[in-house]
Design a protein around this ligand. Structure first.
Ligand code: ZN
Length: 215
C-alpha cells in the first residue's frame, strides 16, 4: 500500500534555502520525500509506522544540507584576497570535511591539508576551510574533490604552487562491500612549483606531516 502523508511545508524549509540559489537549482523536497517512501516500501518497511512517518522529510532536509555545495560557487570564498609580500608556505592542516560518495550515496569523512606558496596574494585561512566545505558538500569522488580544491586555489590566488592532500574513510568500504574498517584513502593534487621542485615539495610535505620540527 502506498501512503501519502501530509506535507509539512514549514518544517521542510531548511536553513540551506537561505543560501544563494543562483548556482544550480533549488532542492525539490517533495520529490526526495516520495523517493524515500518508495525505498522504504521496496525494503519491506511500512512508511506509516510511527518511527518512519517523518523519515522522508528528514532525509529530504538532510540531503539538502549534504548537497548544499551544489547551490553555491565555492570559489567565491577566494575572491577577497590580500596583497602581501609573504613568500613562505601557508598551510592549513587537518581541515575536517565530510562528503557523499557519488557511487553509493554514502558518506566519506576525513581531513584536508591545503598548502600554497603565495605570489603576492593571500587569503584568510577560514576561506580555505570554506572552499573545502563547499566542494565537499556535493556528490563527489575523493580524487575529483582533491583536484577541484587545488585548481580553485591555483586559478583564484595564482600562487607559485599548491598542494592539497585528502585523507578519508569511506563508509562504502567500511560498512559494506569489502568491509575494511580503518582503511583510509589518501589523494593528492600537486601544482606549480611543488610539482617541479623537489625541495619545495619536501618542505611543504614536512610541514603537512609535522616532520619539520615546527609543529
Ligand atoms: Zn562509494
Amino acid at each position: 500500500m502506498r501512503s501519502h502523508l501530509p506535507a509539512h511545508p514549514i518544517r521542510d524549509k531548511s536553513p540551506v534555502d537561505a543560501m544563494p540559489t543562483a548556482y544550480g537549482q533549488a532542492v525539490d523536497y517533495e520529490r526526495i520525500k516520495s523517493a524515500v517512501r518508495e525505498i522504504l516500501l521496496a525494503i519491506g518497511e511500512d512508511p506509516n509506522r510511527e518511527g518512519l512517518r517523518e523519515t522522508p522529510a528528514r532525509v529530504a532536509r538532510s540531503f539538502a544540507e549534504l548537497t548544499a555545495g551544489n547551490r553555491m560557487d565555492p570559489r567565491s570564498f577566494l575572491k577577497t584576497v590580500f596583497c602581501e609580500k609573504y613568500n613562505q608556505v601557508v598551510l592549513l592542516r587537518s581541515i575536517p570535511f565530510h562528503s557523499l560518495c557519488e557511487h553509493h550515496l554514502l558518506p566519506f569523512t576525513g581531513h584536508a591539508h591545503v598548502a600554497y606558496l603565495p605570489h603576492g596574494r593571500v587569503v584568510g585561512l577560514s576561506k580555505i576551510a570554506r572552499l573545502v566545505e563547499g566542494f565537499a558538500l556535493r556528490l563527489q569522488l575523493q580524487e575529483r574533490l582533491t583536484d577541484q580544491i587545488a585548481d580553485a586555489i591555483m586559478e583564484e590566488l595564482r600562487p607559485r604552487g599548491t598542494i592539497c592532500i585528502l585523507e578519508a574513510t569511506h563508509a562504502c568500504m567500511t560498512i559494506r562491500g569489502v568491509r575494511k574498517p580503518g582503511s583510509k584513502m589518501i589523494t593528492s593534487a600537486i601544482r606549480g612549483i611543488f610539482q617541479k621542485n623537489h625541495a619545495s615539495r619536501s618542505e611543504a610535505l614536512a610541514l603537512i606531516y609535522g616532520t619539520s620540527g615546527l609543529q
